[in-house]
Design a protein around this ligand. Structure first.
Ligand SMILES: N[C@@H](CCC(=O)N[C@@H](CS)C(=O)NCC(=O)O)C(=O)O
Length: 333
């Protein structure tokens, strides 16, 4: 059996982290006769507050007002060689719904749900996992597709203003897809490619690409006529997908994944402003961002990178207030 905590196969001489494709790829639909019809109370979402991919689904669930329609559970922040586990009732971790699995009270780990599908399952046990309580099947474990199911499939069950929330407006769809493509490769996944690299060459290639693309997205924001990417008058999918990486950048990726050419708070004014607007002003972002889960997960789960599991104290605070700046910026003003 493979060790799931070996992020790069020790036999792989390139030293490059290669993310696997998600395996469950079905869709919830409002079309009559759909295999997974859009119904209230039928689906359960398993997430980790630590995970940037799962975080996308929590943000969209709230932006679309699906709180009473799709229930969720967050796992404990620690990931071991058995994968994610559910919190116990005594643990009292921060954040909503960090509880034992309400759907299968006897399951201790997320992997139990994957083995329930197939006892011989050999893929990874990842969050987010969208689960159908009626048929006991996993619908999807691909965040980019789960969020798109949430955009309009449940609209018939929603009231205004949520029904009209459109995270992928037709006139911007092409631009959003194009932006997502390089943001995913170089930034969302780029931090992992930097951090998990096992050769100097693989690390430098990833980290230089990451910062070139951060410079590029800084320009996209600096020239946007609205507080959002691509001059969109409203939040789009592109903002959601970028946010979950940028929020984790200073508290975790700078030191843990060695993404330290610059940090966001002192090196990227437009990104920093955009990040703080989303986190402090829009509850779907701020209320789903749990710093303790984020900081402890990475630093205490990645034994290959941080064998003693020490969580660095800084930077403090995890995110600056909207009217605050790093000391050097304040002094220069
Ligand atoms: N492509 C997936 C990636 C999800 C993913 O890699 N999640 C991580 C947490 S950040 C995970 O659960 N990893 C467990 C593992 O790989 O064993 C998605 O976007 O949904």
């Amino acid at each position: 059996m493979k060790n799931i905590l070996h992020w790069v196969d020790p036999k792989d001489k390139t030293g490059e982290f290669k993310r696997q494709q998600s395996i469950f790829r079905s869709f919830i639909s409002k079309e009559p006769g759909a295999e997974f019809p859009a119904e209230k109370g039928r689906y359960h979402l398993y997430v980790s507050y630590a995970c940037p991919w799962a975080h996308r689904t929590l943000i969209v669930r709230k932006l679309k007002g699906l709180d009473d329609i799709i229930s969720f559970t967050s796992v404990h922040w620690h990931m071991s060689d058995q994968g994610w586990r559910f919190a116990t009732p005594e643990e009292n971790l921060p954040g909503e719904s960090v509880t034992p699995d309400p759907v299968h009270p006897n399951f201790t780990h997320l992997r139990n749900i994957y083995f329930e599908q197939n006892p011989d399952y050999t893929g990874r046990f990842t969050v987010p996992t969208l689960y159908d309580k009626k048929t006991n099947r996993i619908v999807s474990n691909e965040s980019s597709e789960i969020i798109r199911m949430f955009y309009h499939e449940f609209d018939d069950l929603l009231e205004e203003p949520y029904k009209s929330v459109d995270l992928l407006p037709k006139n911007l769809e092409k631009d959003i897809d194009e932006l997502n493509d390089w943001v995913y490769n170089d930034i969302n996944n780029g931090v992992y490619k930097s951090g998990f690299a096992t050769t100097q060459e693989a690390y430098e290639k990833a980290v230089n690409q990451l910062f070139a693309s951060l410079d590029r997205v800084e320009q996209v924001l600096a020239t946007s006529s609205t507080p959002y990417l691509l001059s969109s008058p409203t939040i789009t999918e592109a903002d959601v997908r970028l946010y979950t990486t940028i929020a984790r950048f200073d508290p975790v990726y700078v030191q843990h994944f060695k993404c330290n050419i610059r940090d966001i708070r002192s090196g990227y004014p437009a990104l920093h402003k955009w990040l703080r607007h989303l986190c402090w002003d829009i509850p779907a972002f701020g209320e789903t961002t749990e710093w303790e889960h984020i900081k402890k997960h990475y630093t205490k789960s990645h034994g290959q990178i941080n064998p003693f599991g020490i969580t660095p104290v800084g930077p403090l605070p995890d995110i600056l207030g909207k009217d605050d700046e790093v000391v050097a910026v304040k002094a220069a003003k």
